[in-house]
Design a protein around this ligand. Structure first.
Ligand SMILES: N[C@@H](CCSCCCCC(=O)O)C(=O)O
Ligand SMILES: [Zn+2]
Length: 395
């Protein structure tokens, strides 16, 4: 029996996405921060393969081939001995090999280009997309993701290429928050334009924490409903908390990229995100930078009933920490269960770690989007406003 495609699966329910490959592999020494290019698909295929397997074990329904930023502009700009074509081809083959072991879907991903950032014409920018898309076609990937676009115009160019070159489903996610794209085009208009350009699935990935991202997704849903557009909704947020970021998301935080650890989401925050995303009507629920396999497991566990299945990695993890009842330590046994973990506000362990960044810590001049004005004028933003606390929930 043939495998159900992306749209058939979304029509039936939830598709769990995988997580952040660049950040995960950078920590393991296979990706260089800065260029953030995926030559590891050729240099260390076993590392890429292992990470795919771990996300699948954690419940991912999709193997996103490691082709992000593998366009010619990015690859030729780096000191990389491998061609864009060889990286894309190797990434697709690794993804297919792993996916076929479990019936998961394989996606290829294209992303924004330096060409567009440098003002190149539409035809030149689209030629970069076409080269990657042709390799995806040669490898018969199951669907295409256009991800991490800061400008809706370039996203529309990318979707146009996908629709011309391929009959596969197209998912498109901008990397924007509540303030919209780099030209200030708001999330709602971006969503409608992605849908009208032909994307079957629209949403947001990266740059913002799960809760800020869902705020922007709410705007998308409202605008799509008003415009009578009915694409599926997709969310792949950061696995970091960034309520104090600017309109440019985590990139502007002084901690990016090598001191994000105090901001890592707990598995319980991800369960809260997965529930809110599902209740909002998002049906492709995954993660991006900072998302490790245990975060994906948290999505799987929160939505286990809705999905009608548990993930393999849950065999080593009792729901809401129930497995702690097996601890020899009575103080740990007491922490088994939802009541404890859902209400814990975790400390960072760093006495001087502020809850939020000082306004002067930001490289860009834009004030933090997540906080209301009176909060962002204080020298130290030591606590969230009441509205922030209710929005972020008790944890
Ligand atoms: N599918 C990709 C998405 C990466 S999101 C973008 C990270 C680049 C940050 C930068 O440009 O500095 C992944 O899993 O890593
Ligand atoms: Zn990302």
């Amino acid at each position: 029996m043939s495998k159900k495609n992306l749209l058939e699966r979304l029509n039936e329910g939830i598709v769990v996405g995988d997580g952040g490959f660049l950040f995960s592999l950078e920590k393991r020494g296979y990706v260089q921060a800065g260029p953030w290019t995926p030559e590891a698909a050729v240099e260390h295929p076993e590392a890429v393969k292992q990470l795919h397997k771990e996300f699948l074990r954690a419940g991912a329904d999709v193997v996103q081939a490691f082709t992000f930023f593998a366009n010619e502009g990015k690859i030729s700009a780096g000191e990389i001995e491998h061609s864009s074509a060889s990286i894309n081809s190797s990434a697709c083959k690794i993804a297919r090999e792993v996916a076929d072991e479990s019936g998961a879907l394989v996606s290829g991903s294209i992303s924004q280009t330096t060409g567009y950032q440098n003002g190149k014409e539409k035809e030149e920018v689209q030629e970069e997309f076409r080269k990657q898309l042709q390799i995806f076609k040669n490898n018969d990937i199951d669907f295409i993701i256009c991800e991490y676009f800061e400008n809706i115009e370039e996203m529309e160019w990318a979707i146009e290429c996908c629709k011309k070159l391929s009959d596969k489903p197209v998912a498109s996610t901008m990397c924007i928050g509540p303030k919209g794209d780099q030209r200030g085009i708001l999330p709602g208009e971006c969503a409608v334009r992605m849908s009208k350009a032909g994307a079957d699935v629209v949403g947001i990935n990266c740059k913002f924490d799960p809760f800020l991202l869902l705020e922007a997704m709410e705007e998308m849903k409202k605008a799509l409903d008003e415009a009578g557009q009915k694409p599926y909704l997709m969310a792949q947020p950061l696995g970091f908390m960034t309520p104090d970021c600017t309109a440019n998301g985590y990139i502007d935080l002084p901690e990016f990229p090598f001191a994000m650890e105090p901001r890592i989401c707990t598995r319980w925050e991800i369960q809260k995100y997965a529930r809110r995303a599902y209740e909002l009507g998002v049906r492709y629920i995954g993660g991006c930078c900072g998302f490790e396999p245990y975060h994906t497991r948290a999505i799987s566990e929160e939505l286990e009933k809705e999905r009608g299945k548990a993930c393999d990695a849950s065999k080593k993890h009792g729901s809401w920490g129930e497995a702690l009842r097996g601890s020899t330590l009575s103080c740990v046994r007491k922490r088994a269960g939802r009541e404890y973990w859902e209400n814990l506000i975790p400390a960072t362990g760093r006495p001087y770690s502020p809850a939020f960044k000082k306004k002067s810590d930001f490289s860009s001049k834009t004030t933090p989007v997540a906080l209301n004005e009176e909060m962002s004028t204080s020298s130290y933003i030591l606590r969230a406003s009441d509205e922030e606390l209710t929005r972020l929930g008790p944890t």
